[in-house]
Design a binder for this molecule. Structure first.
Ligand SMILES: *Cc1c(COP(=O)(O)O)cnc(C)c1O
Length: 384
């Protein structure tokens, strides 16, 4: 039987090639042109006031921390409360700036638990980093309220959240800055890119300088303006090479057109899983928060003896994933090891079942049949 993989990116190939072709014909593959169009389209789609296109979400997470640190005069060693159950980019972004990730535990949605976060707030706390795991909003509202109460910045790692709405509104408006990933396996696939969306107009205006080495104007706007010295630019401070390019933006423009449609199909697949797995006492399905219409980047369950179960699934040609291992188990963040028991337990039990646009109901049925059989197998005794 054909293998069933966790993720399979789907591109609208002819349309994407036509969009890329425009860049090639124009001789404009870099910053400007399609990147500007994609930013405009993203703002229109999400309702967020500002958007700046990047080469990855990892770059965006770093940039968010860097710019907020600069703006708020944070000191080295100041703290950002974060989750241990995330892709390592989230926490590295904090560490890049000599700030300390302080780990709060997760809740039943696998997202940061506001109560646990609240207990960690002290005079050195500057921000909270929230990750919408799998596209779920968890208790994002409560975390936003906590940030307002304590004068903390809210950074949303929305890498899984392209298309996630909370009570009808696209996520991002509750956060000081939100960062989206358009990596190949995310809901809005390019090859590698991301978007940073500040709420504050002043920071949003600063962002393009930071993503292009501190240079104050991008080449495109210099070309279209009739400035007398087109070769002249100012460097206002150091910056990075984090901006996105027109080829990625061309891919993104096409993927964005299909995002609503694709996410609806992802929710359909999740409904099939719910239907076929409900009533299985050994399979715990991670719930979606009330009011959340999720992007459904992931469909996650929790089971006992997870690693063995995954190997058994692999034997039947099914290749699920794990999102994620408790980050405090990594050497680098081991100072916090054992401080988040729920995250540690989830890290040992979670499985992300295959979820992509090529799956059919039959595939889902086959996955569920195998899974149900495997989790109900009698354990082999050690000395049998
Ligand atoms: C994918 C991902 C990132 C990094 O995104 P890139 O665009 O690949 O840099 C960060 N955080 C989370 C939660 C992710 O899943």
């Amino acid at each position: 039987m054909d293998p069933v993989n966790l993720f399979v990116p789907v591109y609208r190939i002819d349309e994407t090639l036509a969009e890329i072709r425009e860049c090639l014909e124009k001789g404009w593959t870099g910053l400007g042109f399609k990147t500007v169009r994609f930013e405009t389209a993203w703002k229109k789609y999400t309702g967020l006031p500002h958007a700046h296109f990047l080469n990855s979400a990892t770059a965006g997470l770093h940039l968010a921390v860097r710019m907020l640190k600069e703006d708020g005069h944070w000191q080295d060693g100041d703290e950002i409360i974060s989750t241990p159950l995330t892709f390592i980019s989230t926490n590295h972004a904090i560490a890049y700036e000599n700030l300390k990730p302080v780990f709060a535990d997760i809740d039943e949605y696998l997202c940061l638990d506001p109560q646990s976060a609240k207990n960690l707030i002290n005079s050195r706390t500057r921000a909270i980093m929230f990750v919408g795991v799998g596209g779920n909003t968890g208790r994002l509202d409560e975390v936003a309220a906590l940030c307002r109460q304590h004068g903390l910045k809210l950074i949303l790692d929305a890498s899984h959240m392209a298309g996630t709405r909370l009570r009808g509104l696209h996520v991002g408006l509750e956060s000081d800055v939100s960062i989206f990933s358009f990596g190949a396996v995310k809901n809005l696939p390019t090859a590698d890119s991301g978007m940073i969306c500040f709420l504050d107009a002043r920071l949003a205006e600063e962002a393009p300088k930071w993503t292009w080495l501190g240079i104050d104007q991008d080449t495109f706007s210099r070309t279209v303006k009739d400035a007398p010295y087109k070769w002249s630019y100012e460097v206002v401070h150091e910056g990075y090479k984090y901006h996105g390019n027109s080829i990625m933006a061309a891919m993104g423009l096409v993927s964005l057109k299909y995002l609503e449609h694709d996410n609806a199909y992802r929710r359909q697949i999740a409904d099939w899983y719910d239907e076929l797995l409900c009533g299985e006492p050994k399979i715990h399905r991670v719930p979606i928060a009330p009011g959340c219409s999720p992007s459904r980047h992931l469909y996650q369950i929790q089971v006992g003896n997870r690693d063995e179960r995954i190997l058994a699934l692999n034997d039947t040609g099914i290749y699920p994933g794990v999102h994620y291992r408790d980050n405090t188990l990594y050497k680098m963040y081991a100072y916090a090891q054992g401080s988040c028991p729920r995250a540690m337990q989830a890290g040992e039990q979670i499985i992300s079942l295959p979820l992509h646009l090529k799956l059919t109901r039959q595939n889902v049925q086959r996955i569920c049949n195998s899974l149900i059989e495997i989790v109900n197998r009698k354990e082999l005794r050690a000395c049998q």
